[in-house]
Design a protein around this ligand. Structure first.
Ligand SMILES: Cc1ncc(COP(=O)(O)O)c(C=O)c1O
Length: 453
């Protein structure tokens, strides 16, 4: 037996023991799951909320904490899949929503607050114009449509293994299995979901993240047909892969050389990792940016926008609409979040907490000699169970699933609410304290010690 076989066997023992304990303390979740199965496929409102064997159902959240239906209290690092950088029920956001609700929750007519929110977002992200929508999926769908309308071309490029929401164009090469993903020089465009038209695969091309050569070859071959490339400037949904120096500028130059549009999907990175998202943090601005999650105060808001000459496709007949776009509750929550909560001081605070968390986890990993590393991007970060940082999706396929499977129930049993999935990150909020962070580090250190015992 090699060292890694021994480690994996130990991890599987821990996973089995901890999962049994987790099931024991979440019997009300189990009962609710059984009830929910009758009306909700898989017992949840979105397949990403699924759990194995059932999800943990929550009742409420306050500050850095959430509570489940069994009454267990947790430090929340799930953050509603990366939205809740302000923490739960932040007083300023609650007050803004309450005030707005008293004045009418919906008009489907423009309001001063929607105009102000557009101004605030344009300023933070250096965008000339934006339009609102209601989810990250809609933001990427609209941005792609506008890019197609602007260029008069139909084809789209994306990074292999990236997730941009659940509309058909981007549902290719999301989590491809190794046996169907094709060669590195020409990744296959495999659908993630049943029900996706097969012919669409011909219009969505996957290229590896952090690789300009494959993109350059594709553009040389098909450049005249390619409307845009949509990319997460920091690739998440595989843990975290950061762009290598020069990559983002290289992308932009190559796409522009071929008359194509660069779209950043900042649904996850926006507002979370810097005031103006990854475009701000890494210094390369795209043509269009998609925003949702943390930018909208914990409400179902979203937007996309950028260059006015591209956005003006809307004035020339590209469809962009939605009953709830710019809704008053969303506008009020987002304005409070962006102008009163996510201030420069908040980013300094999140940077300090994030570094404390990542450094504490790194110490534990090194002490135990585990094949893992951490990434720190302020409010967002992660432990990835492979020794060195990821550069692209294929690296993610090397992560050690046994270690992840042990970590999830271990951490939840010690009061840390985590995202169910090794592709996710932690999200911390301005309401987390050093004590919350230290609770995470202590629990994680215990796991590392148990794995190396
Ligand atoms: C990078 C990215 N883009 C788009 C989406 C889709 O956003 P939504 O779930 O709001 O439709 C997600 C959701 O997780 C995401 O992570």
């Amino acid at each position: 037996m090699t060292d890694i076989d021994r480690l994996n066997a130990r991890a599987r023992e821990i996973a089995a023991r901890e999962m049994a304990a987790l099931l024991n303390r979440t019997t009300a979740s189990k009962a609710l799951y059984e009830r929910a199965l009758k009306t909700l496929p898989l017992g949840v409102g979105s397949s990403f909320q699924m759990g194995d064997p059932y999800p943990i159902y929550l009742t409420h959240g306050k500050g850095a904490n959430v509570w489940d239906v069994d009454g267990n209290e947790y430090v929340d690092t799930h953050g509603g899949f990366g939205c809740m950088v302000y923490g739960h029920a932040h007083p300023k956001i609650v007050e803004a929503i309450t005030r707005a609700a008293g004045r009418g929750t919906h008009f489907a007519a423009p309001t001063p607050e929607a105009v102000e929110l557009a101004e605030v977002i344009c300023d933070r992200y250096e965008l000339e114009q934006i339009r609102f929508c209601n989810s990250g999926t809609e933001a990427t769908m609209h941005a792609i449509r506008i890019a197609r309308a602007h260029t008069g071309r139909d084809h789209v490029v994306k990074a292999e293994g990236s997730y941009h929401g659940h509309h058909d164009t981007v549902m290719f090469s999301v989590v491809p299995n190794a046996d169907v993903m094709g060669g590195r020089d020409q990744p296959a465009s495999t659908p993630m979901s049943l029900g996706t038209p097969k012919w669409l695969a011909d219009y969505t091309h996957a290229v590896p993240f952090n690789d300009l050569t494959v993109l350059s070859n594709l553009l040389d071959e098909r450049g005249g047909e390619i409307a845009c490339m949509i990319i997460e400037p920091v690739m998440m949904n595989i843990g975290i892969a950061q762009p290598q120096p020069g990559y983002l500028q290289g992308l932009k130059d190559l796409l522009h050389k071929h008359g194509a549009v660069l779209i950043y999907d900042e649904v996850k990175t926006g507002t979370a990792i810097a005031r103006g998202g990854a475009g701000d943090r890494y210094g390369v601005r795209p043509d269009l940016t998609c925003l949702a999650k943390a930018t909208f105060g914990g409400t179902p808001g979203a937007a996309f926008g950028g260059r006015a000459d591209i956005m003006s496709s809307i004035e020339r007949g590209a469809a962009q609409q939605g009953t709830f776009n710019g809704n008053p509750l969303v506008a009020a929550a987002s304005l409070a979040a962006l102008t009163e909560v996510m201030t420069p001081d908040a980013y300094d605070y999140l940077a300090a907490l994030g570094t404390r968390l990542a450094a504490g986890c790194t110490r534990a990993i090194e002490r135990a000699g585990l094949p893992a590393h951490t990434v720190d991007l302020g409010a967002k970060g992660c432990v990835s169970y492979r020794p060195t940082p990821l550069t692209n999706y294929r690296d993610f396929l090397d992560t050690n699933l046994d270690l992840y499977a042990a970590s999830y129930p271990w951490m939840v049993n010690r009061g840390i609410f985590m995202t169910p999935g090794d592709e996710e990150q932690w999200t911390i909020s301005v309401q987390h304290t050093e004590t919350d962070i230290d609770q995470y580090i202590e629990a994680f250190s215990g796991l590392c010690d148990a794995l190396s015992a």
